[in-house]
Design a protein around this ligand. Structure first.
Ligand code: C2O
Ligand code: CU
Length: 511
């Protein structure tokens, strides 16, 4: 294993050939009407009422945003612990001054955005208490639903849990014209789980094996809220901002789920699934018609029962209470895979039902001929050592890069992730920085077919992705082009407790 030099010194840039349509592309020149979006984003302490039953306010950590320049709707403040929602356009320059008013180091990662390494929030860039970090990038990704959260070494889980996260939506001004529900019918839903103590405070009792699992479900910072809608069509941008919880989303009236987008924006065409699986870090865009529910009625978005593996660990449900490992997720009774309700849509009055478009713009994925390791994918295995999950046979070291973690700028590769860790195997949401990829294929070992079968039909592998769920006993092949920026990027488990315990590695894009 080699260690690369700290960055910030010699960073070579070279002109890149133009590539056809991809997940992100060199941005169009900024139009006259498109000024820069400039924001001061401060992470600090706050207080929020979290318990709907009242009681003392909870101490949280939150991002507060101040719009310095940009359209008045470019930064929407949250009324709970979540950070402001950014609404940027493709090609727009974004400048963010991150101000760390926490008592510990932090740094912000723009999850899913293709940005240069100095804008990517790698833990080595974390700034200490009172520190400032300046981001300056241009939005290159396709319009879609992205998000941002802290990324300091070993402290991402607790910081996100304390409240530090927000949505980053790349808006497409043409969406209304192409028949998509827009304006008040375009809703973002950030789903998270939390546990509250009897004093109303957040309780963070993670488990290194399973991750943190809370016993209360929050949407946009409110516990199992009611969302008032009319009887029309809606676009629901759902973000799984949970530390470790996987959702198997369905409506309680058993309608099929109409998926129109995934991590990297709209799909080529809507797809229908019996339910939709959303792992930590993933996003999905749903088309929901509430017109079929008579006015005055309610529809529940719920998460259904499934198996996430970790069979042996799950079987040790009593262990936490006996003290050894800080509780099975800190909360009795809500394992990963337990069913529960997420939020309720209250249908109030008639609305306009729009026809679901038959297709959107076609996506052109990277062709076989372009893949430099076609038929010989880079193999990255999930393993465990000393009760800690690992990737590629190792744990995170700040700047360490293994020989098989070096790729060339301007190439396209296939990678195969393997989760064949025997009895203990569990589902891991894996995320790659540095761009969007395509999920090529999945293969589940026969012994794991029954477990995988409880989630398989709801996996959204369509479209451009930056996070995917690797099931126990499974191999997943991805195709990714290292297109724009050289430098040191991360790939890791987005179970944040796994990430913090070292289930994260660097990869180096060499110019
Ligand atoms: Cu959403 Cu590297 O993280
Ligand atoms: Cu993991």
């Amino acid at each position: 294993m080699a260690t690369i030099a700290w960055l910030g010194s010699a960073c070579h840039r070279r002109a890149l050939p133009e590539i056809a349509v991809a997940a992100a592309a060199p941005p169009p020149p900024a139009g006259k009407a498109q000024g820069a979006l400039e924001v001061v984003l401060r992470a600090g302490q706050g207080e929020v009422q979290l318990d709907p039953a009242g009681g003392p306010v909870a101490r949280v950590w939150r991002f507060d945003g101040k719009l310095i320049s940009g359209a008045s709707d470019a930064l929407a403040t949250s009324t709970s612990y979540l950070g402001p929602t950014f609404r940027a356009k493709r090609g727009q320059r974004v400048r963010v001054q991150f101000q760390n008013d926490l008592a510990e180091p932090s740094i912000v990662h723009w999850h899913g955005l293709q940005v240069s390494e100095e804008n990517d929030g790698h833990p080595r860039l974390a700034v200490g208490p009172g520190g400032v970090y300046r981001y300056d990038f241009t939005v290159e990704n396709r319009p879609g639903t992205y998000w941002y959260h802290p990324h300091p070494d070993q402290r991402t889980g607790p910081q996100v849990y304390a409240g530090l996260a927000g949505a980053f939506v790349i808006v497409d001004p043409d969406d209304g014209a192409r028949g998509l529900p827009a304006g008040p019918r375009d809703l973002s839903l950030i789903i998270q789980d939390r546990s509250l103590g009897s004093d109303g405070q957040l309780v963070y009792a993670p488990n290194q094996m399973m991750g943190f699992l809370g016993d209360r479900i929050f949407v946009n910072g409110r516990q199992t809220p009611d969302v008032t809608v009319d009887g029309g069509s809606y676009r629901l941008r759902v973000i799984n901002g949970s530390n470790a919880r996987i959702y198997k989303l369905a409506f309680n009236d058993n309608r099929r789920m109409t998926v129109i987008g995934s991590d990297g924006g709209l799909l080529g065409a809507p797809v229908r699934k019996p339910y939709v699986v959303l792992a930590p870090g993933e996003r999905v865009e749903l088309w929901a018609d509430f017109g079929r529910s008579p006015a005055g009625k309610e529809v529940w978005l719920e998460s259904r029962a499934f198996q996430a593996g970790g069979g042996m660990m799950m079987g040790m449900g009593g262990m936490g209470r006996m003290g050894g490992m800080g509780g099975m997720g800190g909360a009795p009774g809500l394992a990963n895979g337990a069913p529960f309700r997420v939020c309720r849509f209250l249908v109030r009055g008639p609305g306009r039902t729009l026809p679901v478009p038959a297709r959107f713009e076609p996506l052109s994925f990277r062709p076989d001929q372009e893949v430099v390791n076609r038929g010989r994918p880079r193999q990255i295995a999930v393993s465990m050592a000393m009760m800690r999950w690992q990737l590629n046979g190792g744990s995170f070291q700040m700047t360490e890069v293994a020989d098989n973690e070096r790729v060339k700028l301007g190439t396209t590769e296939d990678w195969e992730f393997q989760n064949l860790g025997g009895m203990m195997a569990m589902a891991h949401p894996l995320h790659l920085h540095g761009g969007q990829f395509q999920v090529l294929e999945r293969q589940v070992a026969p012994a794991w077919q029954a477990v995988a079968g409880s989630l398989q039909e709801g996996l959204v592998d369509e479209g451009w992705k930056d996070t995917f769920l690797l099931l126990p006993g499974e191999r997943v092949r991805l195709r990714m082009r290292f297109e724009r920026y050289p430098g040191l990027f991360l790939y890791h488990c987005h179970n944040l407790e796994h990430e913090d315990a070292g289930m994260m590695r660097n990869f180096l894009i060499e110019a």
